[in-house]
Design a protein around this ligand. Sequence first.
Ligand code: SF4
Length: 469
Amino acid sequence: MCALTVASNTKLPEVAFLVYAPTRQRRADNSFEGNDNIGAKVVEDVLCRAGIRVGRCSPETAKNFRLVLVSFTSTFDVFAFYRAVALIPSWQPKRRAFKVLAGGFGMQNPAPVRHFIDYAAFGRVDNWVTGVVDAILGGSEPAHESVMNLPDIHQVKISQPSSLYPYLVSGWSESFTGCPLKCKFCHYTYARKHSGSNEAYGQYVQSGFTGGSSPELTWDGLFTWGKKLGRVRVAIDGFSERLRYVYGKRISNDDIVAGLETVGQYEGITTVLTYNIGNFPGETEEDRHDLYQTLRRVNPKNRVIFVLCTTPFRPSAATPMQWEPVSLFPNWYNERARVIVEENNFRAVHSFTLETSYSHACAVIAERITVNDDELFHAICFAPGLQRDNHDMRLKRLQANFNLTSFLREYDVNEEHPSQFLTSYIERDTMKRIAIKMRTQAAKTKDTRGWLPGRVSMVQGRLGVTVTR
Ligand code: SF4
């Protein structure tokens, strides 16, 4: 990694990354410890190699720099950033003496923070951020198709990397970008074009980013790993076969049973942490029971613990599901740690850490917020009644004081959408066609019982075999 950033120098650099407290206390701050914020570290590295020293600042010390960089690692960081700076006099638009450039994976909708950020960068910036920083420090307005000059909300394109980042950063080197799969709800896969080595085929992310040492595999990886797994992370992304085939991954019920029995052939306990999406459009109790019934069929030779970690669906920008309706219920928080199956050799249980409906509502608001919703956003960040009491109470207060219809309703693919300003490497018309086809397929799975889009499951396709028990 470039050493300029850490070189001691009595004179303060002109540029600094903002360190601020996150909304969720997974870590103390976004202070670039470990590899949690590798994107920000790459930006530091790029600027350092161009001879631009990058320091760190707090919300209070930001005024000592000419340009403050802000990293949003998730859409929740937009709330955290607003809480951190919105009440500080030196950050107010008319008094702010420094410029602010913000980006990162969580930069998907800057509408609520448009008065506290001057330039919002979308997508991969390593190829062009130096020019933008030079322009800002030189006193001119940057002009780039992936930079939104705020407070105007205008069209931008999510930038793609032209090549893998060639340097080692904090012991990490990039081997691929994007994901070869195209789950319809996934912002990542539609925001980042897949390129790089085939290592991605069988792994969702570059190892080490999302949970330390346990491997993260696609479901077919359970069949091909070939040795004992202690703890493994996989995703099914849909309660029923029907939902998985339409919205997420084509994993059949038989694939689920066979996959869990395959990892259970080895002696000892295997824990399978399984990410799932709940509250999909049109999801019913019958869909949820489809999974519970399937899990009752699992009979491994040795003990397997299946932990179901359900995140409620949100209509992410720039995906085919951006137009879909949102259901805030079931509230998965109420299901946490509930046992689904308890047998000698198999336990299926809901995860202990599940999202509340209130948190879900906030996430959806961050996706679909517009310049007309400033009061709502400010209330979520600061209104006393929304900072205390349990989450059910907060949701009731939110719904009593604000009309959430525009955040929760279904949109026609041809009507104006709140995050219409964002396009990715897939053109908007293509995205609409995918969305229309998906809606047609979803309807057909309901109207024609047993019908599924696609003849073979993803697992069967990738393994080249038919998985049957
Ligand atoms: S949800 Fe995971 S597997 Fe699906 S497209 Fe996104 S990154 Fe790939």
